[in-house]
Design a protein around this ligand. Structure first.
Ligand code: G6P
Length: 362
């Protein structure tokens, strides 16, 4: 497709801005207008048979897959494991009796995933590809395909495909949970949550200039950076760190906040930048005290908290949303901090060195 940047300096910024629309479009495509999830009957029937889900992906899509685990386990009651495609294919774990495979791939062309798909099909197990490209290889070769409908993603660093994948995982998990009569699924309203996500994303996108200032202050000259959180905040940390790495070449790592004291805290020096995600009510207090420990050792801490957990010391507040899908909001500042750091350093944001949009070799 022939898409332009319009008035945007880079595709990445345009694609960040499109995320609220992507959320609303998913609701349009996958619900009946009354909040009920609509999925193809054959897909739902196959999913219902599964005693375990295997989500297989690479890069940013893998990070979206991680968020899928608690969604499918909580809403659909199915044990779910998430694997890197490049590892899975050559070290296939002991599979359950009725495994079901979900391949997450923006492009639908990633060779690491295709090699897994081929092996799994040979074993005769059912497969679903979730992709942004309906005509792609993985879309064609899997038994079932669901499209993100996010529109072409041009920037190498993936943004709207990540949030699109999480949004669609939430819809599928709820749809499956309802089909299985799971109470948790009945209480979770995916369409409503995606509406909250769209509004909350917009509120963050509207604070671009502030995020640019924060990015300049935190990352303009640093050589390394850390992101911490627990649960889905941890998964967002991994993806936020990847965004900074990919396009600004700052060595960045996402950590489970509780692991800090078991090793990583030795890396904290005066002014080491650390972003702390404090959105999940269950773990907010623990992560907040980890952030305090870092600050006490001279680290430069940016606290990103959800409205219900926020205190005066938090520099950035995201709207409240179900913690199962909180990365739909918490990743927005992660994306924008990466973007502005790349801009500040004068890099070609859309075409980072050494990286390709889709990798068709193993
Ligand atoms: C490449 C891209 C990443 C992407 C990964 C997986 O490495 O540079 O941004 O996350 O492939 O791509 P996929 O199209 O399978 O989601």
């Amino acid at each position: 497709a022939n898409v332009g940047k319009g008035t945007y300096p880079f595709f990445m910024l345009k694609e960040i801005d499109e995320q609220p629309v992507v959320m609303r479009r998913l609701v349009e495509k996958y619900t009946d207008g009354h909040g009920n999830v609509v999925l193809p009957e054959a897909l739902l029937a196959a999913l219902k048979q599964a005693d375990r889900l295997y989500i297989v992906a690479a890069g940013t899509s893998y990070h979206a897959g991680l968020v899928g685990k608690p969604l499918f386990e909580t809403l659909a009651g199915v044990p779910t494991e998430v694997d890197l495609a490049s590892e899975f294919g050559y070290h296939i774990p002991l599979l359950s009796k009725h495994p079901f495979f979900i391949f997450l791939s923006q492009s639908g062309e990633t060779a690491d995933i295709r090699q897994v798909l081929v092996k799994i099909k040979a074993l005769g197990h059912p497969t679903l590809t979730i992709t942004n490209v309906g005509s792609s290889t993985l879309a064609r070769e899997a038994d079932y395909c669901l499209e993100l409908h996010a529109g072409p993603e041009i920037a190498v660093a993936s943004t709207k495909a990540y949030t699109g994948q999480i949004g669609l995982e939430a819809l599928v998990a709820q749809g499956l949970g309802i089909a299985k009569g799971n109470q948790k699924a009945a209480e979770f309203d995916a369409a409503h949550q995606l509406g909250l996500a769209a509004a909350g994303q917009q509120a963050l996108i509207d604070q671009k200039d502030r995020l640019h200032e924060i990015a300049t202050d935190m990352f303009k000259t640093t050589r390394n950076a850390f992101y911490i959180g627990r649960g889905t905040d941890y998964y967002a940390s991994l993806e936020a760190a990847l965004k900074l790495k990919e396009i600004s070449y700052v060595q960045a790592e996402g950590f489970a906040a509780g692991e800090l004291k078991h090793g990583t805290i030795s890396l904290i020096e005066k002014d080491t930048p650390v972003v702390a995600y404090i959105s999940d009510p269950v773990t907010a207090a623990h992560t907040r005290s980890n952030a305090d420990e870092i600050a006490a050792r001279g680290g430069k801490v940016l606290r990103i908290a959800s409205a219900s957990q926020a205190t005066d010391e938090d520099q950035l507040v995201v709207n409240d949303i179900d913690p199962l899908v909180s990365p739909l909001l918490t990743i927005i500042p992660g994306q924008l901090l990466g973007y502005y750091t790349s801009v500040d350093r004068g890099y070609d944001v859309d075409k980072p060195r050494n990286l390709a949009k889709s990798v068709t070799v193993e």
